[in-house]
Design a protein around this ligand. Sequence first.
Ligand SMILES: [Zn+2]
Length: 348
Amino acid sequence: MHPDSQHVSPNTSLHAESSGEPLFQPAYDPQKNRSTAPLELPGGYWFLFYQNNLLLQEGSKVVPQILPQDVSSKELQIQAPVPAPSNRSNVESNLGTLLNALDLSWALDRIQRIYYFGTLKGKPCWACSLTQNQPLGKDSNNPPPGWEAVNLRMAYGRLSSEELQAARFASHLLFWDRNTRFCGVCGAPTTDKPDERAKLCTQPNCGAVFYPKISPAVIVAILDGDRILLAHNRRFVSKFYSLIAGFVEIGESLEDCVHREVLEEVGVTVKNVRYFGSQPWPTPDSLMIGFLADYAGGSVRIQDDELHDARWFSPPDMPQLPPSDSIARKILRWYETEYVPKIRGQGH
Ligand SMILES: [Zn+2]
């Protein structure tokens, strides 16, 4: 008989927020937003997006930054010499990649929207979407020389966790902006609502309000004794195995969704569904809500076209696992380092 795993609950310190002042602080100030490039781009961190990809300077591990205008040109020279065309190596410091505003000249006529969305390490954050109506580079969708387009899912370990957090925020914000430029009720253009993060229909007789949409999705670890059920999804870019996940449907509780997704995807039933933690997942507008559940019955069989394989694993025979910053990986880390040792200890 397996010991009852529901008595092994996640240690909240594993996923508790770090104490102290957060390095990324969201804010709302629609007066700073722009629909075209201003004469001079304001200082701060620039989160440039093209087709949901973040634009970073080639090889850079930080989000590009424009120095505030009050920095003297002499100081600028010392801190950020403009790289010669033959030498594209980035100028990096603790502050990030320091840019001369001229370096963004290629982007100016492509700017569709500039959003102020808060501060990162005390500096303003700008989310900027580049129009998809014209190519990104000179004559192709390749970024201009010296730049690269990075999928946020691939940015784990490349950007710091606070830069990644701000980048996710910017990505979600721009996605929402692109999809709410017109009122869904009457078709009139929308405008930024002055007092809260929302879009307001400009047709006075309508006045509909559109808040950013957040789509909840569950992700669940199915436990049976010291085993865990993992699946390989066809959409995964590499061969890793992860937890069962799926979007919440209309009328469902999160727990209903866990039961339905597990049954639909791997054909088993679960019990003792309990909360683990959550993570914003901007692909493009989700919130992942993590759960643990105990296997209740049924044999594993793939019922969904999305899955390629599903099977039980236990340490030390674990497959390749998902990226380290994801909630899936956090649950798996808890499983390996806390859950399994406790369950195996109970069994003796
Ligand atoms: Zn309307």
